[in-house]
Design a protein around this ligand. Sequence first.
Ligand SMILES: [Zn+2]
Length: 257
Amino acid sequence: MAALTEIAPGVLVATSCYDVTTTTVVAGSSGACLVIDPAVTADELTGLAAELAAVGLRPAAGWSTHPHWDHVLWSRELGDAPRYAAPAAITIAETEREGMLDEVRRAAPGLDLDLVGRMRSLDAPAIPWDGPEARLVVHDGHAPGHGAVFLPESGVLITGDMCSDIEIPLLDTSATDPLGDYRTGMERLSAVSGVRQVVPGHGHVGDAGELRRRLALDADYLDAVSAGQPYRDPRLTADSPAWMRAAHHDQVRYFQR
Ligand SMILES: [Zn+2]
């Protein structure tokens, strides 16, 4: 993993070698920090813990944006701070635990499986911790109980698996209304005022204009695919990972039913 980079005062991000996955750290008072979606490999989590210790930061709380295996990881070295996720995310993390563990074994061997997905349910407007306000924007769409985090003091919006510059919208096609859920999520995120930077779960940090550009791309993708029209998303190329091209074809098929 690349070293932590400060993108705003007290807000640090690092990018994993796996799927351009982003870890976010928010510095609080007295050396406490909030760790969002620490990822991905065992070596990367060990390195993250060492880097935090080196700059005098100690995880005081954790947040998982959503119940997919690459967003619910942790390591002993990060300590035993309470880790939280939205209630609907907790339900999925519990009921689909075995599948999540299989993914971790395959893609990130060496991680302590006992610590995977061990979040507490948090139904609150913000993460309880002694640091900058971390407001929650919870919605469904990509996954049940997807919880973005907005830091009003720095204007940073951490969007989990929404608003990526390298991934198309990935719908939860097992839901009753995948398209409606996803659009509602996009509306909630676009309604957050004061965003100066967006941090996606996979991809690159962007400014407010870039957030609007990604939301517009997502809307165009959803409009076309749900209407059965051909659409060339610039994020979907011959070089895209096979799983993303497969997900796109699944979504096309879903709307053709
Ligand atoms: Zn995801």
